[in-house]
Ligand binder design. Structure first.
Ligand SMILES: C[S@@+](CC[C@H](N)C(=O)[O-])C[C@H]1O[C@@H](n2cnc3c(N)ncnc32)[C@H](O)[C@@H]1O
Length: 237
């Protein structure tokens, strides 16, 4: 079987694998009431960059979950290196291994598009305590794409669906989130900002095929830069 885009992110160990990277994450979290009393779940944590930041910066109890062993191993290495108490769990966002009302805050950065979105949303809703919040960053199509173009993008990334902003809001409401606020955020890329440059933590003997996948991702992002965007969704019941 050929390698997928998600395999590529895992093998190259790309940290901050969402639009805006850690810089955007820091900005959006700064508006949230996070402190030591809050329990946080990061779904699809990848190499754990955001979970480590939340635990370190806000002192919250953080659980980081992913269904990729490669990603989770890299996240565990990160947490061990910085002596962080983040808990790691191997699990599927569509069937989360926690009791109802377990968390104050769930964070999902470029994850749900890769899953059965309706199932994942209802799992997040189930796990949130009363007054809890789901914060997501997700890709949207800005204008309708042709069926062929949509297929091409979905196939390459392995998305289950490619939704518009309204499509996301509809599914979030159907999943029990009555209050959904949406923010469109411009990414300002600063090539001199080394602190927030893309992080790589590659596995050994990386096949050149992964670099071809990365190149195709860069090509598609550039080609569809006017059609594809992203939104920040803040959701509560
Ligand atoms: C685009 S990456 C984003 C990783 C991380 N959130 C970040 O921003 O760096 C998507 C992540 O979601 C994980 N993922 C995809 N489907 C999943 C599922 N059904 N359950 C758990 N994790 C999943 C992948 O393994 C990958 O780590």
């Amino acid at each position: 079987m050929g390698h997928t885009y998600l395999d590529c992110l895992a093998v190259l160990g790309i940290g901050g694998a969402h639009p805006g990277g850690l810089k955007l994450t820091k900005e959006i979290l700064s508006g949230e009431a996070l402190d030591q009393s809050k329990s946080v779940l990061e779904i699809g944590c990848g190499t754990g960059q955001t979970s480590a930041y939340i635990a370190e910066h806000y002192g919250c109890h953080v659980v980081a979950l992913d269904n990729s062993n490669i990603m989770l191993d890299k996240a565990k290495q990160r947490f061990a290196t910085i002596n962080s108490a983040v808990e790691t769990i191997h699990g599927n966002v569509e069937r989360l291994p926690f009791a109802d009302d377990s968390f104050d805050f769930i964070l999902s950065e470029s994850v749900l598009s890769f899953t059965d979105i309706a199932l994942s949303i209802s799992e997040c809703q189930r796990l949130l305590k009363q007054g809890g919040k789901l914060l997501m960053i997700e890709i949207v199509h800005e204008q309708p794409l042709s069926e062929k173009e949509e297929m091409k993008i979905k196939d390459f990334y392995g998305f289950s669906q490619l939704l518009s902003e309204n499509g996301w809001v509809r599914l979030l409401r159907q999943g029990g989130f009555e209050q959904v606020s949406v923010e469109k955020h411009a990414i300002i890329f600063d090539e001199h900002d080394l602190k927030h440059a893309t992080e790589f933590s590659p596995s050994e003997n990386v096949s050149h095929e992964y670099f071809n996948i990365l190149k195709e991702h860069e090509y598609l992002s550039n080609f569809y830069k006017d059609n594809l965007g992203y939104r920040i969704f803040r959701c509560s019941s």
